[in-house]
Design a protein around this ligand. Sequence first.
Ligand SMILES: *Cc1c(COP(=O)(O)O)cnc(C)c1O
Length: 342
Amino acid sequence: MELSKLIRPNILALKPYSCARDEFKGEASVYLDANENPMNFPYNRYPDPLQWALKEKIAKIKKVQPEQIMLGNGSDEPIDLVVRIFCEPKVDNIVAIDPSYGMYQVCADVNNVAYRKVLLNDDYTLDAERLLAATDAYTKIIFLCSPNNPTGNLMNRTEVLKVLNGFGGIVVIDEAYVDFSSEKSWLEDLNNFPNLIVLQTFSKAWGLASVRCGMAFASAEIIRYFNKVKYPYNINKLTQDFVSEHLDNEARKNEWVSMLLEQRTYLSEQLKQLPFVQKIYPTDANFVLVKVPDANAVYQYLVDKGIIVRNRNSVSLCLGCLRITVGTKEENEVLMGALSKL
Ligand SMILES: *Cc1c(COP(=O)(O)O)cnc(C)c1O
């Protein structure tokens, strides 16, 4: 793969914004280079545009190089950037599995890039050949999501490998739910595939959805293009410091994950016993997808009781399905109490 052939020509030629902190790196005693206010330390200073301190910590945990990481305002930022870096509007296209996370199509639409949806099999498994058959010379990106949202299942490794090996463009694997999964991350294969971008986030297992911090992992070469196109100071200092503190407490995150996995089992077992539940789909995420005869009615019944789940009734292959996030023991008991009276 020749990366420069995949990059949009204007991005390839782009001369990125050069900020004061790009020009001078290191420690000095007097900073008069960035028109900052000398008062109100440390918030008067522009933050590190490349968030090196935070990336060093993430790199250790994820076993990658800091240069292989891009941090964004949620995963939504790298999703948007990948479209803008690789896809020429009205010319190039994107191929993605369907159903999947809604933001891929929104970013494609905003950027006026054609978005080709390829249905998963009826059991939500991936058919690599069907996906590859939808690509053409103008397909720059394939979006995969594993574990997938809203179906909850992992994409089969062999099928994903067929996509990685059989496609000459960029393959994005969104691993927002990887912490809840029984399979290893595709991060371990990052160095084997120069066309692979893995997305992870602090919004789920780390309990930091409000903070908006997402991670993209790729070759250092791809990450350099992300850095060229992103806003120079896209991650503010409060976020960098706050996420960094959380990374020092990985054990707590792991405890939350164990608790949620236990609750996922509890919830699945309880839901199975309800007479109107037709199907509980296998899940590797922190939610369960359940099929009922009338999803709209069950959804509304729960809303009236102050319990909100996600109605996926109108999503491809999800007729009759509700997506239920695993909550605390107490929350799950409230849900089951309500459902058992339906
Ligand atoms: C929740 C979720 C994300 C996380 O998005 P953020 O912008 O990081 O909060 C990413 N991808 C998928 C598939 C998700 O379900």
